[in-house]
Design a protein around this ligand. Structure first.
Ligand code: FRU
Length: 549
């Protein structure tokens, strides 16, 4: 290297070091309160914030800490840090880090769940971004909803597993995050089971452990496990992680989202894992050592696999393999290989993604929750929502057995009947009956729409078409839809309206869709429209909110 070059290299290095030095802010505090409140400005670039305390794994996340007027506040639960000395370093200005403070409540507590765009009966997190539901499991009277969570911003990133618990699938209490990024990566999607026989050895038979499988998304994606002996309140990562590293097999980093299930006839565990172009099956006796068995192409991300009786007949069952977007195949499964026996179908469309079914439900139902990929509006301190929990069944149709998905019966507990039509109404009468309901936060509408032409007709909410049925193009609100009875012009619909979302279930749940409510149109009406439309069985219920404000 020439001397001039050496000098310029040296000067650049000194400049970079001093630039970084001047940007690297640091603070030390003894933790005496419950939360660390952090002001966020969405327009700033995200920078690394590190938290270090003795005896706890270090945590580094990317955060947009604001030195001046923040857009909103996020927080870190400090319960695990109580009494410890916490060292914070931030790869941004000291003035920004100086605004971070400890308190016994989170900033914005008084307005929590009352915020302008807060969905009233759909799960959302207190702060931050959510995507896929993870680790849905019932255990000892509690439904657990873990989920992809960025606690530090309203956009995707810093993936943790958030955690909420419910006794009725409707009212959720949110706990501290359950899985934090570590040296293997951030915490991508996965699932949970109750290991009743303690085959993993993590607990004992009297206190069966909950076992979780997740993807650590680091330099390469690997599959890891964790367990909990305190009903999901604390997850302990297995020291032998990762348990699967299949990069070489696929020559691809696209291996993720392990779905665990118990295969009773073979008395072994199954993991369905999304790998590059489809879903693989792995098996294990102890949830730690896994053997690859087979692969089905044609799926992307977040697999699910379960057995369902056709028309409720336990003698006639089919296995269903699901992909992330609501597409599925039915077929057979012998514990090692899933064999599709038909085509590929779709039961839902719109904003649903990465849905998962619960493990270990006590009543044998197959209950699913999907991620509603809807932005909640500019600068809300929370983003996206979980769609209503639905019960999945398999129904015989003239095209074969198909999934039907309807909201779980518990949702009716939130209903209050406000209107029941007397007989059949024409469009104007039905619209008049809806007067006063369009401003409601939570509304359920049941109606059978009778079209008299095969052209567009439906229902609009404050000017937005939430049902737009066109039997000429076979489209329902823009989605391809083929009704069970191809010559019928009637559509039986159950519509669920919340502050920011609409979910619509038709044909007894054989098809459903979800969409975001248009912003800014709070004035208007609920209008049945279309040439010669009539409305039968019109019923309206208000749906009460789930948050204990
Ligand atoms: C699906 C997904 C998963 C992944 C997770 C990361 O939405 O991309 O495949 O595990 O989100 O947040």
């Amino acid at each position: 290297m020439k001397p001039v070059r050496i000098l310029s290299f040296f000067l650049t290095a000194v400049f970079l070091m001093s630039a970084t030095d001047s940007l690297c802010a640091e603070r030390t505090m003894i933790i005496e309160k419950n939360y660390l409140n952090i002001p966020i400005s969405q327009s700033l670039p995200a920078k690394a914030l590190s938290l270090r305390a003795e005896g706890l794994d270090p945590l580094t996340v990317q955060v947009r800490i604001s030195s001046e007027k923040e857009d909103y506040w996020v927080f870190k639960d400090l319960t695990r840090y109580a009494g410890k000395t916490l060292v914070l370093t931030y790869d941004g200005p000291q003035e920004a880090l100086d605004r971070v403070f400890q308190a016994d409540t989170i900033c914005g507590r008084s307005a929590l769940y009352r915020e302008k765009n807060r969905p009233q009966y759909h799960f959302t997190t207190r702060r931050g971004w959510i995507n896929d539901p993870n680790g849905l499991v019932w255990h000892d009277g509690e439904y657990h909803l873990f989920y992809q969570h960025n606690p530090y911003g309203r956009e995707w990133g810093n993936m943790h597993w958030g955690h909420a618990v419910s006794k009725d699938l409707l009212h959720w209490e949110e706990f501290d995050d359950a899985l934090f990024p570590d040296s293997l990566g951030t915490m991508f999607s996965g699932s949970a089971v109750v290991d009743r026989k303690n085959s993993s050895g993590f607990g004992d038979r009297r206190h069966p452990p909950m076992v979780f499988a997740y993807t650590a998304a680091g330099r390469r994606a690997t599959q890891c496990i964790a367990y909990s002996l305190d009903h999901g309140r604390t997850l302990v990562k297995y020291e032998g992680n990762p348990v699967i590293d299949s990069y070489e097999r696929w020559n691809s980093g696209d291996t993720r989202d392990p779905r665990l299930l118990w295969y009773a006839p073979g008395k072994h565990w199954v993991m369905v894992l999304y790998e590059r172009d489809g879903n693989s099956i792995y098996t294990s006796d102890n949830l730690k050592d896994w053997t690859w068995r087979s692969h089905v192409r044609g799926f992307y991300e977040c697999p699910d696999l379960f057995e369902l009786p056709v028309d409720g007949n336990p003698e006639n069952t089919l296995w269903v393999m699901l992909g992330a977007s609501g597409t599925y195949m039915t077929g057979t499964f012998d514990g090692f290989t899933f064999t599709p026996t038909g085509g590929k179908y779709l039961y839902t469309s719109g904003s649903l993604y990465a849905a998962q079914t619960f493990s270990n439900l006590p009543d044998g139902r197959c209950v699913q929750i999907g991620w509603g990929t809807m932005d909640q509006g500019e600068l809300t301190p929370f983003n996206c929502l979980m769609l209503l929990p639905t019960e999945l069944t398999l129904r015989s149709t003239r095209d074969g057995a198909r999934i039907a998905s309807v909201p779980v019966r518990e949702v009716k507990n939130l209903f209050e009947r406000r209107y029941t039509a007397d007989g059949t109404l024409n469009g104007e009468e039905a619209t008049a009956a809806m007067k006063g309901f369009s401003g409601q936060d939570g509304l359920h509408i049941h109606a059978i729409l009778e079209l008299s032409y095969s052209t567009s007709a439906g229902l609009s909410l404050n000017g937005q078409n939430i049902i737009d049925y066109d039997t000429n193009h076979n489209r329902l609100c823009g989605q391809l839809f083929f009704a069970q009875d191809p010559t019928s012009l009637s559509l039986e619909a159950d519509v669920y309206i919340d502050r920011t979302s609409v979910e619509v279930f038709v044909d007894g749940g054989l098809f459903s869709y979800s969409l975001r409510r248009d912003d800014g149109k709070t004035e208007g009406d609920l209008r049945f429209w279309g040439p010669g439309i009539t409305v039968r069985d019109l019923q309206v219920d208000t749906i009460s909110g789930i948050w204990n404000k």
